[in-house]
Design a protein around this ligand. Sequence first.
Ligand SMILES: CC(C)(COP(=O)(O)OP(=O)(O)OC[C@H]1O[C@@H](n2cnc3c(N)ncnc32)[C@H](O)[C@@H]1OP(=O)(O)O)[C@@H](O)C(=O)NCCC(=O)NCCS
Length: 434
Amino acid sequence: MALIDARGIPADQTSVDRLAAEGLDYRVVDTEDSARLTAFQRAMARGFLGGDPTEAVLAEGAPTVRSRRGIGVYERGADSGALPVATIDSWVTPLTIPGGEIDMWAISGVTVAGTHRRRGIARSLLEGELRAAADSGVAVAGLTVSEATIYGRYGFGAAVPVSHFTVDVRRAGWAGPVPPGRVEYVERERLAEELSAVHERARTTRAGQVPGWAARWAGLGGLASNESDRDKVRGVRYLDAEGEVRGVLSFALSERGDSFRFSLHVRLLVGETPEAVAALWRFAVQHDLVDEVTADLRPVDDPLPWLVTDPRGVVQVVHDHGWLRILDLPTALMARRYSAPIDTILRVEDALGFTAGTWRLRVDEAGAATVEAGEEGSEPDITFDVSALSALYVGGVRAAALHGASRIDASPASVVALDRAFAAFPAPSLDIWY
Ligand SMILES: CC(C)(COP(=O)(O)OP(=O)(O)OC[C@H]1O[C@@H](n2cnc3c(N)ncnc32)[C@H](O)[C@@H]1OP(=O)(O)O)[C@@H](O)C(=O)NCCC(=O)NCCS
C-alpha cells in the first residue's frame, strides 16, 4: 500500500488557533522557497544546540527537509527569511511490527527557541502532529528522543529498548564461530550505499525498525560535512560463502592518549544473518591495537555477550530508544500478530482522547487479533494509560515490568496473559535515530 505523503496534510487548526492567540503563526513551511528552507534548517540546528550550518551542510540537508512535512512557528508578521521560533517535521514511514508492517507517523526536529521556551509551544506542536496523523488515518506515531521525560504526557511509551555495549576486548576474548565467508573493506564513497541496502533487507526481520534515508546513510558512512571527524570513518562488509553481501559495519577508531592503543566505536553494524552479525563482531573485538569497543542501539538480545570467552568483559546497558504512540487502537492492535491467545477487556485512558475507552481484544490460536469497542458498563480485566499500551505495542517491553511499576492495573493472571500475547521474538530493536 502506498504511504501517505505527509506534506499534503494541512496544519492542524486547533494548534493554529491556539498559537494565533499568542501572536504566533503556525504553518506548514514551503520548503520549495529557499529563504524559508534555509531559515527552517538554521532554526533546527540552533534548537539542537549545533553550529550555524554552512552552505555545504544546508545543501546536504535540503533533500531530507523537502521530503518531509515541516512545520514552523513564526512571530506574526516575520519576513520570509526570519527564523521560526519553533520547528517540527514529520513523514509517514513503515514500522516493522510482529508479523508485518504498519504505517507510522514519524516525528522529528522538535525545537523551541530558547527565547520562547515553556510557553506551551512544544505541546501545540506535538498535539498538532498527533491530530494531523489521526485525521489522515495513520494509526501509530513514533519518535526518538533527546530526553526521556518529555513525551509520556502526550501518550508516547518507550516501546523499543536498546543496548549500549562497552567491551574490554582483552578480557572478553572470542568464543564465537569463525564464519565461513569473508570480511573486506569498503571505500567510504560506497559505504552509505552498502549500509542502506543491507539495512533495508534486515529491518523487516525485527519489530521496532524503520527505514533510513539517504542523508542518514551518508552520515553513518562518514560523508556528512557537519562532522569534523568524518575521515576517521571506515567500513567493512561480510560476504557469505556464496559471495553474497550479508552484513556491513561502519566504525571509527580513536587513539587513547598517546599510547598507540585504540577505541573502536561501532557506528552501525547491520547483518541479515546471525553469521554476518557474528563475523562483524569478530572483526571489531579482535581488531589489533584495539583495547575497547563501544556500540549503541544494539538489540537487547544481541548475541555479543555469548560470542566472547568472558562475558564480564562486555558491559551491556539497556536504555530507551524508540517511542511509540497508538492513535487508532483497533487498527494498530489488529495489524500485528501475537505470541499467544488472549480474550480480555482493556480500559484505556488517554488524555488526548484518541484511544480512550473500553475495548475487547481477542487473539486466536494463530495469533490474529480482533478488537471491538467494549459493551457499555463492561468490567475491564486490564486498565492502563495509552502510554503503557504503546510501550507494549511491538512486544519489546514486558507487561510484568509495567505492572510492577503500577502502570498496569490487572490481576496477576491477566498480566501473564498480556505478557505472553504481546512479547515478540526476536526482541524488537531500532538501530538508527530519526
Ligand atoms: C524540549 C522543548 C522542545 C520543549 O519546548 P517548550 O515549548 O519549552 O515546551 P512546552 O512549554 O510546550 O512544555 C510542554 C510540557 O513539556 C514539559 N517539558 C518541556 N521541556 C521539557 C524537558 N526538557 N524535560 C521535561 N519536561 C519538559 C513542560 O514542563 C510542559 O509540561 P506540562 O504540559 O505537563 O506542564 C525545548 O526545550 C527544546 O527545543 N529543547 C531542545 C531541543 C530538544 O531537545 N528537542 C526535543 C527533541 S526529541
